[in-house]
Ligand binder design. Sequence first.
Ligand code: ADP
Ligand code: MG
Length: 606
Amino acid sequence: MNKLSMNTKEIELTAKWFTTVTNDLLLLLNQEGQIEYINPSFERAVQYSLSEIKNKSYLTLVHDQDREHTLEHMELLKKDQFIPFINRHKRKDGTYYRLHWVMAAISESGYTQAVARPIEYSNNDGKAISARTWYNSFYDYSGEAAHMFDLEGRVIAVNTAFEKLFGWTAEEMVGEILQIIPPDRQYEFDQAKEQVLNGSRIVNFQTFRMKKDGTVFPVSVTYSKICDDEGKIVALSAIVKDLTELVNTQKILEQQSEFMIEQEKLLHNISDNINEIVGLYDIQMGKYLYISPSYERVWGSDLQELYKDSNAIFDTIYAEDIHKARVFFQTPCDSAKELEYRIVTNSGEVKWMRTKMTPVKDNDGTVIRHLSISQDISTLKETEQLIKKSDKLGVVGQLAAGIAHEIRNPLTAVKGFLQLLNQETKTKYADIILTELERIEFIMNEFLMLAKPHEEMKMEEKSVTDVLKEVITFMSPEAILNQVEIITEFTDKPLMVICEEKQLKQVFINLIKNAIEAISSGGQIVVRTMIKSNGFICIEVEDNGVGISKERVERLGEPFYSSKEKGTGLGLMVSFKIIENHNGTVEISSEEGHGTTVKILLPIVK
Ligand code: ADP
Ligand code: MG
């Protein structure tokens, strides 16, 4: 046998010796819960010797009020679970002694082994050793900052988690007034204390506490009372949960959702206020998920109709464009596409629209939605057409300058020789040839008018009324011949403009001539003048003739665009050019079968 090792007997003796000297209270119960053994510390604490209480049921030693939860803990022990707890024990002198059970287990043979420590709490001496023991053991089981204070607010005990959280050590705190209440929370704390003293428990009360360094932070506190043997409240215990992180997370979440709401608002603001119409169309549902309100502004039709039936849009599309619009809107697209088309608004106005469509795909790459942005491009189209027209005028003008001269010179010679020939031979065709030659000359002169540079014009201040009166007098015979009445509605105000009189006359002649030609037999032409508020005078030539179709109106002013057998298609083009040179504008509105109004605006001279 090894010299240094103990035999079983010796081990047993040593163990026994330990039980007699330790301050811990040791208890052994048999399977029936009767006391089998208590150590000397236990004997001292409860004032009974082992022989006096051996084989008595343990529970008879426990305070009536503590029996139930003691039993609960004993039941838990059978399931191998132990949770430290406190109960009160009867003493021989009739008083009670508080024990804090820190360890217990059931042996293989079914005996209950348990270790307890005494809690002796004295109101006069907050720094009692027992309180320290209490804090060391029980409180440290909890990861949360726990502390205990008497009714005056003096700290009896704090645990390690408390020291860590608040930055105070137990040595600094115990016996001192609790210094973790922020001044502005003192009243609230006093109230809470009052409530606990009146018997309520306060659980997870949200407030603020202060660290040693003065930092104030959010917490939740649970208060409970601690009673003495007679049931008198002698102290309060509190468990403090630090909410800093929770509050921070919440704040971030709040900020995040605020941010989202802001973003959403912003998006709505944008789509509600831009003139472009944004639409989101779901292919499967065959419905619009969103259409911006600007739709009503541009289309002039009800937004709800389109939500109800996405095909309602085709009712608004210009007849000629419906086919391409159907193809465009109804074929799912794989990549972005674009279409220009015309719509007729509720008020009958024709607008040019451009829609850009982009596919929206899901995670698998399947196109599930269409995002479309539509734009009113009417003004854009107008300028585009104007540019096209003036381009043509420009080219024609240049050509005209060259060709007109080249033709006019030989023409003069031809005319001269023809007249000479006529005198000599008296041919009957000479007159016809001469009229045709005059027509050629007329066309050439018109051409030259186009080509004439701006600077060469002799601009003078003239009364438009006078110019118009002269033209009408000059045109009257032709009007009468065609049974057309010319009515004048002139403003009394002087209408002075800077102009080249001859050119302006040319314009009025062209317009009145066209009007007469538009009236096949019997009709009226109204020539009106007025002053506009924007510094322009307005001259209107209105007829009740055949009118012009929509497509043709757009092409007016193009050279050689004539519907007449003997027409040149130059009159309007020349007129446009002249008015343009006078810094004015020409506007033609017409309704087929009802008549035409040509409106000329010229800047007034003050
Ligand atoms: P022309 O008179 O030689 O045909 P214009 O340039 O003067 O050439 O006119 C071009 C075309 O515009 C005409 O052929 C006609 O079809 C149309 N037009 C012009 N004025 C009128 C009008 N007042 N009413 C109907 N159609 C018109
Ligand atoms: Mg004409």
